[in-house]
Design a protein around this ligand. Sequence first.
Ligand SMILES: NC(=O)c1ccc[n+]([C@@H]2O[C@H](COP(=O)([O-])OP(=O)(O)OC[C@H]3O[C@@H](n4cnc5c(N)ncnc54)[C@H](O)[C@@H]3O)[C@@H](O)[C@H]2O)c1
Length: 207
Amino acid sequence: MERLEIPQKSIYRISLYSRCLERLEANGHEMVSSAALAAAAGVKSSQLRRDLAYFGAFGTRGRGYPVQALRLAIHEGLGRAKLQPVIMVGAGNLGRALLRYDGFKKEGYDILAAFDSDSEKLSEKSIPVPLFPSEEIASFARQHHVKMAILCVPAAHAQEAVNVLVEAGIQGVLNFSPAVLQVPADVTVNNVDLALELENLSYFVRK
Ligand SMILES: NC(=O)c1ccc[n+]([C@@H]2O[C@H](COP(=O)([O-])OP(=O)(O)OC[C@H]3O[C@@H](n4cnc5c(N)ncnc54)[C@H](O)[C@@H]3O)[C@@H](O)[C@H]2O)c1
């Protein structure tokens, strides 16, 4: 199926709509108005309608959106129709903390294994997934059709680590290191930086 080029900000909002729809469905709602769904996601109705138009014309004037059908269409469009395999690169403090969180699977992401370049870490017992040397990333990713990775290595090693991921066919990297990574155009890197978020918050708190 040909993939639509949807702006990244729309994709973030669409994920929010999907969470709202999951809650509505769990509470037994069959239909939702665009105004109610927009309010639940904190956006304007016009924005919601534009975003949802990427998934086809779903709403019926006066009746709104069918909750389950829209949720399924969004999951399909976002590639969440089935569990997505993910690998963790860097099994230090942060990597291990994330691996201990068991909520990712519920959201559709299965962290299959972790990789670390430090051979002394490999005998670590407190990690809930198999831990392998980083030399095995490429063969593992190919064998298990992994396209996404979480990167939790120190900034100084992040570029070399992402180069290995690109070689291994990884197309999406969630980068926790503060390094700005260079990747080919067909690879997406999303950066997570809590310190940056705190700095941003502190500006508004000061005001
Ligand atoms: N985004 C955030 O908000 C946030 C918060 C905390 C830490 N961090 C960042 O996360 C990263 C990890 O932090 P940490 O405290 O877990 O560090 P850490 O030193 O405890 O762990 C890093 C691990 O990466 C491994 N490693 C190094 N190079 C590697 C490579 N090329 N391939 C595979 N593994 C490799 C190391 O052996 C180590 O086990 C750092 O870049 C840190 O700045 C980000």
